[in-house]
Design a protein around this ligand. Structure first.
Ligand code: RIB
Length: 326
């Protein structure tokens, strides 16, 4: 910084104000300093600055499955928004494992991130309590943790389950299978509640043998759909708790020579980009991926910059995207 100041003919503090934008500097002076930085190939020392201002301008994000387009899409929108606001994002994949989730939570603490966007593996209460004790702002995204007074942004999963099931009932289906995600996840349990509500509203009995637990991955959709289709009285439609399981279910039906939707109607959840390109295109519940990413980032950055905000839960609307699979 001293060499830059000498080269530009200004004081070291002026160079610091130009780099950190901590005080107005005339355009001419600013240009001279930036020119000197280029000429000397000077790179400000971010670590030194972060220790001084106790901010790293970095946000951590933990997701349970970075290979799932739902999470990679949300991560892209989060990174877009944070970069616009001058923050870098460190993305961690907990791979659905609580121990790995805690490991990465600790890594982010060591990296002194300014805040964390957290998509819980499942029974993550202990991990989050440990993280919360570090007094780093946390934003829960997509998945609630009951009894934890933390900010959250998620979709209206119960209405999504209702919309999917109501749509199938309106198309004459009475025996509707349901392949869920892990039952300890709020999105899974809420979607099943919506499924139950729609059936009850039409006085259709609930056959619990039609509800099977998957794990949000392709293979579980394929395996559970085969179980449902092997039943003595198989369902004529299947509501899947996410699009990857729905794609697995479509493969199971195709493997049996069943026509979709004529022999078996299928509805997914998330409306990830690939849902429009399956054969036939998949009916799904649209989660507001862009808004989930941008709003959670915006609210976390607001909390980083002004810690005494009230804790708030934000629930976003979902929609039904009707395509040929139903
Ligand atoms: O596809 C992954 C699922 O897990 C999504 O439905 C999302 O809501 C997450 O909870």
């Amino acid at each position: 910084m001293r060499d830059v100041a000498k080269h530009a003919g200004v004081s070291v503090s002026t160079v610091s104000h130009v780099i950190n934008e901590t005080r107005h500097v005339s355009t001419d002076t600013r240009q001279r300093v930036l020119g000197a930085m280029d000429a000397l190939n000077y790179q400000p020392n971010r670590l030194a600055r972060s220790l001084r201002v106790k901010k790293t301008q970095t946000i951590g994000m933990i997701v349970p499955d970075s290979s799932n387009p739902f999470f990679s899409e949300i991560a892209r929108h989060i990174e877009d928004y944070c970069f616009e606001q001058g923050y870098s994002v460190i993305l961690c994949n907990s791979d659905g494992d609580l121990d790995k989730e805690l490991f990465y939570a600790n890594v982010l603490v060591e990296k002194q991130v300014d805040g964390i966007l957290f998509v819980a593996v499942g029974l993550s209460e202990d991990n989050i309590l440990k993280l919360n004790a570090q007094r780093i702002p946390i934003m829960l995204v997509d998945r609630q943790i009951p009894n934890l007074p933390l900010d959250s942004v998620l979709a209206d999963n119960r209405r999504g389950g209702w919309l999917a099931t109501q749509h199938l009932i309106e198309h004459g289906h009475k025996r509707i299978g349901c392949i869920t995600g892990f039952s300890d996840l709020t999105p899974s349990s809420e979607r099943v509640i919506g499924y139950h509500q729609a059936l009850e509203e039409h006085n259709l009995g609930i056959d619990e043998t039609l509800i099977l637990q998957g794990d949000f991955h392709l293979q579980s959709g394929y395996d559970r759909a085969n179980q449902l289709l092997d039943m003595n009285q198989p369902p004529t439609a299947i509501f899947c708790g996410n699009d990857l399981m729905a794609i697995g279910a479509m493969r199971a039906a195709g493997g049996r020579g069943l026509r979709i939707p004529d022999d078996i109607a299928i509805v997914g959840f998330d409306d990830i980009p690939i849902a429009q390109f399956t054969n036939p295109p998949l009916t799904s519940i649209t989660q507001p991926l862009k808004k989930l990413g941008r709003l959670s980032s915006q609210l976390l950055i607001e909390r980083i910059q002004k810690k005494d905000l009230d804790v708030a839960q934000h629930m976003l609307e979902v929609d039904l995207a009707i395509r040929q699979s139903s």
